[in-house]
Design a protein around this ligand. Structure first.
Ligand code: NAX
Ligand code: K
Length: 502
């Protein structure tokens, strides 16, 4: 259930299902019935339902729901955009079974409606919504009437999650077979309300042909291979992460990262600290070891001990040439490397130089940019908000391909993308994560998990990075209000305990 399907992949699923002998007419019946069930489940006391139907198959699902709800005893009104004659085949066939009046699609349908079904546009949304339909959607959003969206809220691009013109703010969305990226990406996710996934008769076997490459980031994606400590293990069998500290006036970020690395299970964590910051770091750290390291040459020497199999740098590092040299030193080592914050920004003027060094590597490299850092490294890939929908998912994939790194494009909908096109979208998050230092903790957590992964490649890099992202979001969610970055690593034991019971 983790696969996410684009509109194109969904239409392939449709075709493959037809080839296996299940007619589209039946799929539409099941889809519309699932929508009617959702209305019945949520609003058993409602009396009148208005169904807003568009000119395509999304509207066809609306006709099915209208028939089903009328049979359940609701007073149902139905409005159609366009004419009955122009409906596509399956939708036209189902429309024939609707015996009530077909009204024009207008705000009139909102009068006295207790519930509205949004079957205007689904996967076939092809351009921004304008004119009368935009006005209708605005009136619906301004009203208190709950809307149940069919497949996606009309106006949301299911593949990119962007709003095309205007979109319906749904109370709930019923989608079919698999989620679409736009259900998890922002702003789409915010319009969907609660999402129900309905089985409409598409067999799972179609996925073998489609080979989807985007996934919802859930424990099932990586839990089976998670590197739980073993009874016979010892600290050296759990990897050794190195975190680079900034100068004396900027050491906190690296300590947050080090704490994240330790709590996610790295056997050893060493802080590579400039000598002028050594005593500050030493006085604040206990389980994390501190080693004096000034400049790229000394850093290379430290990493020449290949037991130190993961390096995290960027938090508090400072922007400039010395930071670039430190990053280059890490990339020349055999360790897994996580580059965050200043480590990325330092290459804003010469991103290709960074990418060239990454492309040559055998060990994993991970970039963890937030939107600002992403735009500095990949200015042409910044997701657009107007016009053609560019998606954060596609931007992250393109960035991974160009750079050769696993790209963690952070935000409330963090995307992890690999150069070969695999990607996950994370929906566990918390608004409280928007606070100083949480990104540093994430970089450390990724480094800490990669240190373990490097020893026992059970958990491949894509899964390991996705796991760290999920654990980070879940730790914040579990802590809840008042979270500060220091709390994130400290919540990991509780999150792990819950995972162990799954
Ligand atoms: N693919 C599948 O396996 C299934 C699909 N079903 C439904 O079919 C839907 C997709 O149907 P369609 O491909 O017919 O697409 P839609 O019904 O989403 O919309 C296509 C129609 O809307 C028009 N349109 C698009 N954007 C517009 C805009 N901004 N302003 C005005 N008109 C616009 C198009 O010209 C076309 O007539 C899904 O979302 C789902 O609800 C279900 O019936 C079940 C099975
Ligand atoms: K819809």
């Amino acid at each position: 259930m983790l696969e996410l399907l684009t509109a194109k992949e969904m239409s392939v699923a449709d075709r493959l299902t037809a080839e296996r002998g299940v007619p589209g007419y039946d799929l539409m019946q099941n889809a519309g019935d699932a929508v009617a069930d959702e209305v019945f489940k949520r609003y058993p006391q409602a009396e009148s339902v208005s169904v807003l139907c568009g000119p395509g198959n999304n509207g066809g699902d609306g006709f099915v729901a209208a028939v089903a709800l009328q049979q359940k005893g609701y007073r149902v009104r139905l409005g159609l955009l366009g004419s009955l004659e122009k409906l596509p085949g399956d939708a036209a066939a189902h429309a024939e079974r609707w015996e009530g009046e077909v009204e024009p699609l207008s705000a009139d349908l909102l009068d006295e409606a207790d519930v509205v079904i949004d079957a205007i546009f689904g996967a076939g949304l092809a351009r921004p919504i304008e004119g009368d339909i935009a006005a209708l959607i605005e009136a619906l959003n301004d009203s208190d009437i709950p809307a149940i969206a069919v497949d996606v809220p009309s106006g949301i691009d299911g593949t990119s999650g962007s709003v095309r013109g205007i979109a319906i703010e749904a109370e709930a969305t019923v989608t079919f077979f698999r989620l679409k990226p736009g259900h998890l990406l922002l702003p789409g996710r915010l319009y969907c309300g609660e999402i129900t996934l309905a089985d409409i008769g598409i067999p799972d076997s179609v996925l073998q042909d489609i080979a989807p490459s985007a996934f919802g980031n859930e424990p099932r994606l990586w839990l089976g291979d998670f590197p739980w400590p073993e009874v016979g293990g010892h600290k050296y069998s759990r990897g050794h992460a190195v975190v680079v500290s900034g100068p004396a006036d900027a050491t906190g970020a690296a300590r947050l990262a080090a704490r994240g690395a330790l709590r996610i299970g790295a056997g050893l964590v060493t802080m590579a600290s400039p000598k002028d910051a050594l005593s500050i770091n030493a006085s604040q750290l206990t389980a994390v070891m501190v080693r004096p390291v000034d400049g790229a040459k000394e850093f290379s020497e430290l990493l020449s001990d290949t037991r130190k199999n993961s390096a995290v740098l960027g938090p508090g590092l400072g922007v400039g040439k010395p930071a670039c040299e430190m990053v280059q030193a890490a990339l020349e080592s055999r360790a897994a490397v996580v580059i965050d914050a200043d480590g990325l920004t330092s290459f804003a003027d010469a991103p290709d130089k960074l990418f060239d060094s990454v492309q040559d590597r055998q060990a994993p490299t991970v970039f963890t940019p937030h939107a600002g850092e992403f735009a500095r490294l990949f200015p042409d890939l910044k997701p657009k908000t107007e016009g053609e929908p560019a998606s954060k998912l596609e931007s992250a994939r393109e960035a991974a391909k160009r750079s050769g790194a696993v790209v963690v494009f952070k935000g409330p909908d963090t995307v992890v993308a690999t150069p070969d096109g695999r990607a996950s979208i994370n929906a566990t998050s918390s608004p409280w994560l928007a606070t100083a230092g949480t990104g540093d903790v994430l970089a450390g957590m990724i480094g800490g998990l990669l240190a373990q992964e490097m020893l026992d490649q059970a958990l491949p890099v894509f899964e390991a990075v996705s796991a760290a992202v999920w654990l980070h979001g879940e730790a914040a969610r579990a802590f809840g209000p008042g979270l500060i970055s220091e709390d994130v690593p400290e919540m990991l034991p509780e999150v792990f305990r819950a995972l162990l019971t799954l």
